[in-house]
Design a protein. Structure first.
Length: 104
């Protein structure tokens, strides 16, 4: 979904492109928060899980010097591992449990 459609979906209207760009510049943090909270509504994709430093600390790792780039790489690798190892096994089991109908 492009920025214009996303802004429209959020219910915001702007008379000029300059007003839109000023709003985006001034309110970028709020826009990002809104997008995170409404992720599936905007793009049709829904987050499965996340990983946090607390997750690592809970299993004995020291995260005091782990930067955000490393956490992002960890999250990417965890997503790959889940998709490769469990996602496609668990998806139909849970979909059946939730009684999501199959296509005919």
């Amino acid at each position: 979904m492009n920025l214009e459609k996303t802004i429209e979906k959020m219910g915001w209207k702007f008379e000029t492109e300059a007003e839109l760009f000023k709003f985006v510049k001034d309110q970028w943090g709020m826009i990002c928060s809104w997008l995170r909270e409404h992720e599936g509504e905007v793009d049709g994709y829904f987050k499965v899980t996340s990983v946090a430093r607390e997750d690592l600390e809970g299993i004995g790792y020291d995260t005091s010097k782990v930067d955000d780039a490393t956490m992002q790489r960890l999250a990417d690798k965890m997503a790959d591992a889940y998709c490769d190892n469990g996602f496609w096994i668990d998806l139909p089991i849970i979909a059946d449990y939730l009684e999501i109908p199959k296509q005919k």
